[in-house]
Design a protein around this ligand. Structure first.
Ligand code: AMP
Length: 448
């Protein structure tokens, strides 16, 4: 007879072991702007990563992975607009100022220089990387504080063929996937053209009572970074941007020629693009070409709020990071946005495993034998699932249904004694009893 222990007051020893209530976490929710990836969501993202990885490799890009932490100074020198607010900074035990990367480009360039790739690989070097990036974003739908990007960079090519190639790869990728996009393109010209343009923008926003109409954030940015105002999505700022001077009127001869060459390439390659004179992108290091990939809604309207990615030319960035004059062009694509768009359109994504077999068992003894059968089937290459704890047949069949299995195998007391197994076709509901030793042959026949 087992001894019955009455529940009494906690002993001193028990009290010592239990965690004091004050130490138990009260809030177990996620950090704002982050996301857990469970089951299918995880599989979707993984599938897209794999697809992208083999896609870029086919276009001659070499994959690399850089740390999620880099020296904060790098990001602060070559910044995205609002970098001060955006960067998650950390101080290491040695007092080093580090930051969680807010983009992949700069880490890739740092690594390219660190490993002398400009000397050991033939130029131009094509690199790509996939991984999480972190930004202290204003919380809003489809904007996370940790999200995943894939970046493709071409280093060591100063001609527009490089950006034409990048834009074309993304355009082809979307075509392969069946996603309709329109590429937005613009030219920011050389740095000198941008200087004159900035002055004109400042006068525009300060003139005719415009200053009072712009949002507080834009007021703060006006003198130090007037081009950021063109990026603002506040209603009043958007409508003021409509009438703002356009960079195209400030381009010098070289920049114009450069841009027309790019347009020629895109025409020849059949890329669907739109010249968007207000596209400036949120980074301070671009010159000449900038571009973004906007998905089209069902009625063919470009959706700027859901841009799948974007990029541009950054001829001075490598020099600013390393002192070496190497031109470059790159793009960053947002994977969560892509998954969302593909799901929305019922396009590819994580393929459900085919020909799944579910192995159900109905007793303690059957559990053991079913584990052995599971192993035999797995070794033969079958895709098998089981519930090794559940005893109720109803529950196991429900799980089998949920997993969309083709065949359910049931092992009860009778089958155990007879060395047989019950095979149920989940589509037709037809059941038959077969000897266990013929099981593999029978499954091969049925699933082929
Ligand atoms: P960017 O690096 O800002 O040029 O962004 C490139 C792409 O990354 C965008 O077009 C989006 O698809 C994606 N992206 C940027 N910021 C976020 C965010 N906060 N949350 C989710 N995706 C983002």
């Amino acid at each position: 007879m087992p001894k019955i222990v009455k529940k009494t007051k906690e002993t001193e020893a028990q009290k010592k072991d239990s965690i004091p209530k004050s130490k138990i976490l009260k809030d177990v929710s996620r950090a704002l702007g982050t996301k857990d990836l469970l089951a299918n969501d995880f599989e979707n993202l993984e599938t897209i990563k794999k697809d992208l990885s083999s896609f870029f490799k086919r276009y001659g890009f070499v994959q690399l992975e850089t740390p999620v932490m880099e020296k904060a100074e790098m990001f602060k020198n070559n910044f995205r607009r609002d970098v001060g607010k955006e960067l998650y900074e950390i101080t290491s035990d040695k007092g080093e100022k580090l930051a969680l990367r807010s983009e992949l480009t700069q880490g890739i360039i740092r690594s390219f220089i660190d490993h002398n790739l400009n000397e050991t690989m033939p130029l131009p070097v094509r690199l790509f990387s996939i991984g999480p990036v972190f930004r202290q974003e204003k919380l809003q739908s489809s904007r996370y504080r940790q999200f995943t990007q894939v970046n493709a960079e071409i280093l060591g090519e100063a001609k527009p063929v490089a950006e034409a190639f990048l834009i074309y790869t993304m355009f082809s990728l979307c075509q392969d996937w069946g996603l309709d996009i329109e590429v937005q393109i613009n030219s920011l010209g050389k740095n000198e053209c941008q200087k004159e343009y900035r002055d004109k923008l400042i006068s525009y926003y300060k003139g005719r009572g415009n200053r009072s109409k712009i949002c507080n954030e834009c007021k703060k940015n006006l003198n130090k970074d007037p081009m950021a105002l063109l990026d603002c999505t506040e209603k009043e700022c958007l409508s003021l941007a409509e009438g703002a001077p356009q960079i195209v009127d400030f381009l010098d001869e070289d920049s114009r020629e450069y841009f027309s060459k790019l347009v020629e390439y895109l025409d020849e390659l059949g890329v669907k693009y739109n010249f968007n004179s207000r596209l400036v992108r949120g980074l301070n290091y671009y010159n000449d070409t900038v571009f973004e990939f906007w998905p089209l809604s069902d009625n063919g309207q470009p959706q700027y709020k859901y841009a799948l990615g974007g990029g541009g030319r950054y001829d001075n960035l490598v020099e600013k990071i390393s002192g070496q004059e190497i031109s470059g062009v790159g793009m960053a694509l947002g994977l969560e946005r892509m998954v969302y768009k593909l799901k929305d359109k019922n396009l590819i994504l994580f393929p459900q495993p085919e020909n799944l077999i579910f192995l159900a068992q109905l007793s303690e003894k059957a559990k053991l034998r079913s584990m052995q059968i599971f192993e035999e089937l797995r070794k033969e290459g079958f895709n098998v699932r089981n519930s090794f704890v559940a005893n109720s047949l109803k529950k196991q069949l429900e799980e089998a249904k949920q997993l969309q299995t083709r065949i359910c195998l049931i092992l009860g007391k009778k089958e155990l004694t007879d060395d047989t197994i019950l095979l149920r076709d989940m589509d037709s509901g037809v059941q038959e009893i077969i000897p266990q030793k013929k099981l593999i042959k029978e499954l091969q026949k049925k699933l082929n």
